[in-house]
Structure formats: C-alpha cells, structure tokens
Write a protein that binds this ligand. Structure first.
Ligand SMILES: *[C@@H]1O[C@H](CO)[C@@H](O)[C@H](O)[C@H]1NC(C)=O
Ligand SMILES: *[C@@H]1O[C@H](CO)[C@@H](O)[C@H](O)[C@H]1NC(C)=O
Ligand SMILES: *[C@@H]1O[C@H](CO)[C@@H](O)[C@H](O)[C@H]1NC(C)=O
Ligand SMILES: *[C@@H]1O[C@H](CO)[C@@H](O)[C@H](O)[C@H]1NC(C)=O
Ligand SMILES: *[C@@H]1O[C@H](CO)[C@@H](O)[C@H](O)[C@H]1NC(C)=O
Ligand SMILES: *[C@@H]1O[C@H](CO)[C@@H](O)[C@H](O)[C@H]1NC(C)=O
Ligand SMILES: *[C@@H]1O[C@H](CO)[C@@H](O)[C@H](O)[C@H]1NC(C)=O
Ligand SMILES: *[C@@H]1O[C@H](CO)[C@@H](O)[C@H](O)[C@H]1NC(C)=O
Ligand SMILES: *[C@@H]1O[C@H](CO)[C@@H](O)[C@H](O)[C@H]1NC(C)=O
Length: 828
C-alpha cells in the first residue's frame, strides 16, 4: 500500500492499478496531481505548495514542510528522501515562515534569482517575496534554474551549464553540515559560514547557538552564544586533527576515523570539509537545539539517528542553555528547571526543548524606591545549596554572611549573593543569573547561592499558591544519561543505541498539592469516564495555560511501572492525539495525568447535542475531516509509535476537539496503564458496549483491529448524527449500521446522512465513509482494513468495494436477536 502516495513514482497519471487484498478488499490506486519526479525548478516550472523535488538518485527531497504540525508555520526545506524519519537538513526561510503552502511557490524571478513567493491575502494578483537567493548581476536572468543535488546541496545555476553555480545552499548553512559542505571563512571579505541551531525542535528560527571558524584567523572552530560568548573550542588544526578533538585520529577505535577530514587554507578562503568513505553511510553534523554539536549516523535497522560524538560533552557547559534564572542539571530530563520563586517564561517553547527564554519571577521584587531596611515586605533571600555558581560575580567587601546579604539588599539591581563559596568572601550578581547549575545529583557538592525573592514568596499563603513545575522526572533521568554524556557511542551493535527523540519529550512532574491549586481543588469537572474524572485547571505560567487534569481510579500498578507507562505515553506526539503534559504519582491513590485542554469538548456533545445539547451542528466537511483526523491519529498509534498502542476505547466521548475542531484522540495508552482490569471496566460499561468488537465479548486475543471496529461504529454515528442504537417511535430497536449497510446495497446511501444537514453533504464522501465503516465492523477481523488503509480510502487515494454485510449487523438489526446478543455478555 505504500506505493499509493500522492505524486509518488508508482502513481503514473491516469493509470489505475488493481490490488487484490484480503479476498474482498479491492483498492484502486489513483494518480495524484502529477509533477514527474524532477530535480529542477525553473521560471516556467515553479514548485508549488504540495509538490516536491527529488535529487537525481533519490537521496534528498526539497519542498514545503511543517516542522511542528500544531503551528501554522511552513518552510521550504531539504530532507532525506530515503530514510524513514523526516529529518530536515536545510531550511530556506528560517525567519520568514509562510502560513499557507497552497498559495506559495518556489520560483525563478525575473532577475534570475530563486525566490519564495506568497500570494497576498485577499487580492490574489499581488504576491510578496519571502525569501531570495539575492544574487546580484546575473548575466542571463532568463536562463537560470534551481537544482537539488544528491549531496543535499540546492544550487542556482545556468540552465545550459549547471556546473556554473551562481549560488548554493552549501554556502548558506542552517544547523546541519553535510559531507562535502565547506564550513569556513572568506579571507577577502572576512565573512564566515556559520551553523546556527534551531530554536526548538519544531521551530527552525535561528537560536543563540552557533559554530564557526575563528573569525580572527586561527584554524579553530568555536561554539558561541549570541555570536560572542564562546563556550567551546576545537583547538587549532595540527594537520591531521584538532588539538581538543584527539578522537579524530585514535586509529580505528573511533567512528570519526571513518571520515576523511581536510582543512584547506587557501589565498582567498580557508575551510574544512569532510567526506564519508563509504557511500552507503548516511551521516550529518549538527548544532542541536541543546547548543551542542553532534555527529550522527543513520542506523536503518533501528530506524533512528545514533549519536557517536558530541561537544561540549556536558549539557550544562553550554552557555545560558537554561536561559536567565534557569537551573541546569546534568543527566536530568529535562536538563533545565526553574528555582524556587520562578516559573518558565515561555511554557510552550520550553516543552519543545527550547529552554533559552529561561524563568520569570512569580512575584515582582519591591520597587527600588520602596526598599527600606527592616520592613516586613522587604525582599528576602532563598538559599539554594549545591550549585555551581554563575561566573560573572563581582566581589564586595563583607566580613560576614549577613554583611554580604546587606550589601546585596542595598542595591536593588543585585539579584543574588554567595558568601564563602568559590573564591571565598562575598560575591554579588547583578541582573539576570545565567549558567546556574544544580550539582546535587552529580554528588560533587558545590557552593550555595542566595537568590533574591519577593517577601510574599515566604509567607505561608504565598507558598500555597506557588507551583513548581519542570521538576526533574527522576524515574527516567537515568535512562537518558547516556544521551547527555554520549561521548563515543561506538557502534557495538544495537545494545547501546539510544533514542535521541527521547530527550525531546519532557513531562512535568506535579505534586498532588500543585494539582489541587491548578484545578482550584478539583472544582470544575469536565467529564468522567471509565478511568476517572477530568477537571479543568490552569497552570501558573504567564499564559495561564489551560489543562485538563484526569484523576485516575483503580490503577494498581507499582510506581516504577506507572512512571514507565506514563513516560511512554508522553513520547507519543501527533496532531490528532491529545498531548500529555505531565503527571502526578503519590502512592497508588493519587495518580493523575495532565493533558492539554480542548475548548470544544468532545465529539459526542456536537454529534448528539446540536439541538439543545450545548453542541454546534457540524457541517459535513467538518465531520469528514474529523473522521480523517481520528483515523490518522489511530494509524499513528497502531503503526508509527515505537510500541504499538491499542486504544481499546474508541467512542465519540474520547474524541476531543480543539478550537478549530481538529480532532484529538484522548485516553490512549490508558488500557495498558489500567492493566488486566481494563477489559472488566469496559465490558461492565453499558455505554461502551456498542463500540466493542466481537472479540472482546468472545474473550479472544484483542489486536489493533478491535480499534478499527470501534472506529467503524463511531464513523456511522458521525454520518448519521445519532447513536447507533436507538428506539423507533413504535418502540422497536433501530440499529443504524444495519440501516446504513442496507442503504449501501440499494445505492441510496445519502439518505443515511444526518437530516439536520439538509442534504448538504458530498455524495462521494458519504458513500466512501459508509463503505469504510461497514468494512471496519466486519466480524472477521481479518477482513477489517488497517487504520492506514482507512486513511487512504478517506483521502480518496484508493477506492473500495461494497462490503459484505457483517453477520453481527444483521443479527443486531433484528430486534428479536438484538436482545439475545446483548444478554450473552459476561456479567459484571
Ligand atoms: C535578501 O536581501 C533582502 C534585502 O536586502 C534581505 O532583507 C534578505 O534578508 C536577503 N535574503 C537572504 C536570504 O539573504
Ligand atoms: C527575458 O524574458 C523577458 C520576457 O520573457 C524579456 O522581456 C526579456 O527581454 C528577456 N531578457 C533577456 C536578457 O533575455
Ligand atoms: C560550465 O561551467 C563550468 C564552471 O563555470 C566551466 O568550467 C565549464 O567549462 C562550463 N562548461 C561548458 C560546456 O560551458
Ligand atoms: C546579543 O548580542 C547583541 C549584540 O552583540 C546584544 O545587543 C544583545 O543584547 C545580545 N542578546 C542578549 C540576549 O544578550
Ligand atoms: C590557536 O592559534 C591561535 C593563533 O594562531 C591562538 O591565538 C589560539 O590560542 C590557539 N588556540 C588554542 C586553543 O590553542
Ligand atoms: C572529498 O571529496 C571530494 C570530491 O570527491 C574531493 O575533491 C576532496 O578532496 C575530498 N576531501 C577529502 C578531505 O577527502
Ligand atoms: C583568489 O581571488 C583572486 C581574485 O578574485 C583570484 O585571482 C585568485 O585566483 C583566487 N585564488 C584562488 C586560489 O582561488
Ligand atoms: C548597583 O550596582 C551596580 C553594579 O555595581 C552599580 O552600577 C549601580 O550604580 C549600583 N546602584 C546603586 C543605587 O548603588
Ligand atoms: C506532520 O504531518 C505530516 C503530514 O500529515 C507528516 O508527514 C509528518 O510526519 C507530521 N509531523 C509530525 C512531527 O507529526
């Protein structure tokens, strides 16, 4: 089925290929919008929104992409075409994202430059240039083309001779340095090419961290913060290695020796290049969001990037990695946290791995004019033990710790003091504190620092309000240790393969008291379900981020296993899956999960409550998009996660809708969390029974196909806008899926659609939805499609046959049998 991708090479225009699948399930591939696999963009052949270019031998792909599906930002970028993980190596418009790829294109402008154009909002005639290669004085502007090469280089060249390069992406690095690229300095202009890290894992905006050849002329590479604060140096080039990177020549033992490095010091430029001796090795060098440089290689068998060299080896040696007032801890996940009295300044970015905005005060300090010694509301100090002190201290004359404190208190721009630590005596810090490190976990001891806080932080009242988030999730810190420390992950087989993605996720650990305060003592109930009640809350970050807090009931798992499961759920991220933000685990009774809050509540409210139930009437289009989104989310759970997750409880109550009615599947992973008790919970819940696959009831093994069944049942409800099981006016039972299946055979499926829509529904989509639903609820799970197939059918990429009417539908549709069927359930 993989060949059914839009625009893929197999989808020749107009051709339709029949694939016989599972005896009855026949799909027809249909050609997508055709732009034959091409590596060139020209004035007459611009590259528009959904299209991509592929390099000659298929190594790299160029096109518009979205690094973070939850934002509206799109970029033109280059990524690997032949590996399973979307990995961007270059982005053109890092600082000027586009909002709508449909109205954007990559083209060649009249002056011969390669440009990204975006059509203006209302008037479609005017388009603005978002990005340009900016080459001046092109001799023959009408004959330039852009070509994506097999080494990942995008070049602007003369159409008649593509060796005559006018501009190339290899001269304009992003965060990645590919084999063959030259990272160096132009001696005539003094310009350096620079690798600049992304701001967050979903945000290619340039961050403060960069790598460049020493602009002063030596042969060492420097890692800088904000272009000035140097925090690592490679040492000078000796002719075969850098003095601070002896690994380069430690014969054979280091993977670095598989590369050939060369430093070229010419008249006009000096630069460094590296080649991979083995063509099949896919490798990249990157300045990571964490401010570290990393050498990574793709291990196809593991399906991930493996880190084999990184500098600085310690995360906390990166300058200001946790931002102002942030506290760095080595071997912790996340490595940054906020000290007492502070909270994350930008929570959203923080959760994406970008901690550089640091921490903000919960309560403002006394204004300068109001400072009077000895008053109750004077600022006070919180003393934090076991820290590595920030380096920019100023010393002051003070004989005692109290004098030192008074010296700090006496100047309102003083933010912290330390007495007797480090070099002894009294040290004062002014303004933002950067590079504060918590050394308690490393066992190295350290100094203590006293941080100035508002007096209200010390009153008991203030304490109750305070919420310390971003705590180290101690349970899995150890698991990630190796990534932070990863020095030489010599590829001694998969045993030592560590996931890099794991460090990107971060869950907040809450205390029960935190969550009481977040939810105003669980006062606003959003709903309840098989696993417990859900309450609305708001975090105490500046945005007052809304959250949904779920109080789990009946979790019998031990602490360790619970944390392991929760961390697994935390790593699952998809635009159609609800995002887990944090958790609380205090004994077996105080187990809570903190999720993002969805303003439009759950799908059932709108499907069944559009009239007088507080919901809104969903248009056909919205319903179809919801069906498609849920299918994508489930497909992700079933196929794309590290461990396949069976949801086990798909029903409209578990589909949440965000502000734009984008569906998010909720409660995934809970089945595992609840352990063996789960099926008992399900089968005793009458409301859920209508969605349960026969195998649940039969007690045989349950696979992902059980979710497919439930999805099918829900899809019928999305079409009809009412519960599958209803009562007719004469009191007989009406089972909608049976009705719909019969209508499918009669070819009159449109009358199955919610009558409230007044016939406003796309007939082809209705038919597709009903057919898919009917296939999904087949008794024989082997006949049910996978969620991936469902997605393709709903996307219109494949056609599907009329399904046989499942036996259970016939049975359920017959009112006399219906009762029998239900009474066959195991009793509670
Ligand atoms: C091209 O030039 C414009 C105007 O000088 C400038 O704003 C823009 O940043 C440049 N673009 C690139 C990619 O250098
Ligand atoms: C480029 O093409 C435009 C219109 O297609 C034409 O007006 C112009 O003279 C051409 N320029 C050159 C240098 O050929
Ligand atoms: C193409 O351009 C390259 C680089 O400018 C040049 O060396 C080569 O001679 C050109 N080839 C032809 C056929 O013009
Ligand atoms: C970064 O450096 C620039 C100039 O070198 C300076 O104006 C700016 O304040 C610095 N940014 C920060 C966050 O210190
Ligand atoms: C590299 O060489 C330059 C002079 O060429 C020197 O100033 C610098 O200190 C050297 N760097 C190291 C790390 O030795
Ligand atoms: C890298 O490969 C290129 C092209 O094959 C070659 O010109 C260059 O000398 C090689 N550099 C090193 C350091 O091996
Ligand atoms: C350096 O630049 C000058 C002037 O552009 C050129 O004549 C010379 O050949 C260049 N040297 C090298 C080694 O490319
Ligand atoms: C506070 O200390 C800073 C840094 O030493 C100094 O510039 C400033 O003048 C001091 N302010 C007062 C009011 O003493
Ligand atoms: C974003 O969506 C696209 C298309 O649906 C998908 O290919 C990509 O993997 C998604 N990215 C993430 C980070 O979920």
């Amino acid at each position: 089925m993989a060949a059914a991708r839009r625009g893929g090479p197999a989808a020749a225009p107009g051709a339709s290929v029949r694939v016989l699948l599972l005896a009855f399930f026949v799909f027809m591939l249909r050609g997508g919008p055709s732009r034959a696999e091409d590596d060139t963009v020209a004035a007459a052949r611009p590259l528009s929104g959904g299209q991509t270019l592929v390099s000659k031998r298929g190594k790299f792909r160029l096109g518009f992409f979205q690094p973070d599906n939850s934002s509206q930002h799109w970029y033109l970028g280059i990524w690997y075409n032949q590996i399973s993980l979307h990995t961007t190596v270059w982005v053109a418009n890092r600082e000027t994202p586009i909002s709508d790829p449909e109205s954007s294109q990559l083209s060649i402008s009249s002056d011969g430059n390669m440009v990204i154009l975006e059509r203006g909002g209302g008037r479609s005639s005017s388009s603005s240039t978002l990005w340009s290669t900016n080459v001046t004085g092109i001799a023959s502007p009408n004959s330039t083309v852009g070509v994506i090469l097999d080494n990942g280089n995008l070049v602007l060249a003369d159409a008649s001779n593509t060796s005559a390069v006018l501009w190339q992406s290899f001269d304009h690095f992003g965060d990645t340095w590919l084999p063959g690229g030259k990272l160096g300095r132009n001696k005539r202009t003094g310009e350096v090419t620079r690798l600049v890290a992304w701001k967050g894992y979903g945000d290619p905006t340039p961050s403060m961290f960069s790598l460049e050849l020493d602009p002063r002329g030596s042969s060492q590479y420097l890692l800088n913060w904000n272009g000035s604060e140097q925090y690592w140096s490679s040492g000078n080039w000796t002719g075969h290695e850098f003095t601070a990177v002896p690994e380069m020549t430690s014969a054979g033992a280091s993977p670095l020796s598989k590369y050939s490095f060369g430093y070229v010091d010419g008249d006009n430029e000096s630069y460094f290049v590296y080649n991979v001796t083995d063509e099949s090795v896919v490798t990249r060098f990157q300045v990571d969001v964490t401010g570290q440089i990393k050498f990574l290689t793709w291990v196809a068998a593991a399906g991930e990037w493996v880190l084999f060299w990184s500098e600085p080896k310690k995360q906390c040696d990166v300058y200001a990695v946790c931002g102002p007032f942030g506290v760095c801890a080595e071997n912790a996940l996340p490595s940054c946290s906020c000290p007492r009295g502070f909270r994350q300044r930008q929570l959203r970015a923080w959760l994406q791995g970008d901690h550089t905005a640091g921490c903000a005060r919960n309560a403002a300090l006394q204004p300068c004019s109001a400072q009077k010694n000895g008053k109750d509301d004077d600022d006070r100090f919180y003393t934090m033990p076991n820290v590595r002190l920030p380096s920019d201290a100023r010393s002051a004359a003070a004989a005692t710790a109290r004098d030192c404190e008074l010296a700090c208190l006496g100047n309102c721009s003083c933010t912290a003091y330390s007495y007797g630590g480090g070099g002894g005596g009294c040290s004062l810090w002014y303004g933002d504190l950067v590079n504060l490190q918590d050394t308690s976990s490393s066992g190295a001891g350290g100094s203590s620092i006293s941080i100035r806080l508002a007096a209200s932080e010390f009153s008991s009242d203030g304490n109750a309000k305070k919420l310390v988030i971003g705590l180290v999730v101690a349970g899995f810190a150890a698991a990630v240790t190796a990534v932070a420390l990863a020095t030489f992950l010599i590829l001694t087989r998969s045993r030592r393969i560590k996931s890099l993605r794991r460090v990107e996720g971060s869950l907040m650990a809450f205390t029960y008291r935190d969550l009481q305060s977040v939810t105003k003592n669980f006062s606003e109930k959003l709903g309840g379900g098989a696993f417990g009640s859900v309450f609305k809350g708001s975090l105490s970050d500046p945005d007052a981020t809304l959250v949904a807090v779920k109080k789990l009931e009946g979790v019998r798992q031990g602490e360790k296993q619970f944390r392991a499961e929760v961390s697994t759920i935390g790593t699952v991220q998809h635009v159609n899956l609800i995002r887990l933000l944090g958790f609380c685990s205090e004994g077996s009774t105080r187990r809570l999960l903190v999720y993002e809050h969805m303003p439009n509540a759950s799908l059932d409210r709108h499907l069944f409550g559009a009239v007088g139930g507080g919901g809104v009437l969903l248009s056909w289009d919205t319903r179809y998009q919801i069906a498609l989104g849920v299918a994508r989310g489930l497909d992700y759970l079933h196929e794309k996660c590290r461990d396949c997750i069976i949801h086990c409880d798909i029903k409209p109550e578990n589909i949440l809708l965000d502000g734009a009615f984008v569906p998010k599947v909720a409660d995934f992973g809970l089945a595992k969390l609840m352990g063996r008790d789960f099926s008992r919970v399900l089968t005793t819940m009458r409301g859920t029974v209508g969605y349960l696959a026969p195998e649940w009831i039969a007690g045989t093994a349950v696979t992902t196909k059980a979710d497919v069944f439930s999805y099918g049942m829900m899809l019928f409800e999305i079409v009809s806008g009412r519960r599958n099981v209803g009562q007719r006016a004469d009191g007989t039972v009406d089972f909608f899926p049976s009705t719909a299946a019969a209508l499918l055979f009669d070819g009159d499926v449109r009358s199955a659609v919610d009558s409230l829509l007044g016939g406003k529904a796309d007939a082809a989509e209705v038919e597709r939805a009903c057919k898919v639903a009917c296939w999904c609820v087949q008794d024989d799970e082997g006949l049910r499609p996978s969620m991936g197939m469902v997605v393709q059918v709903l996307e219109g990429l494949v056609d599907v046959n009329v399904p046989p009417i499942p036996r259970s539908l016939k049975v359920l549709g017959d009112p006399t049998k219906y009762v029998e069927f239900f009474s066959g359930l195991p009793s509670a």
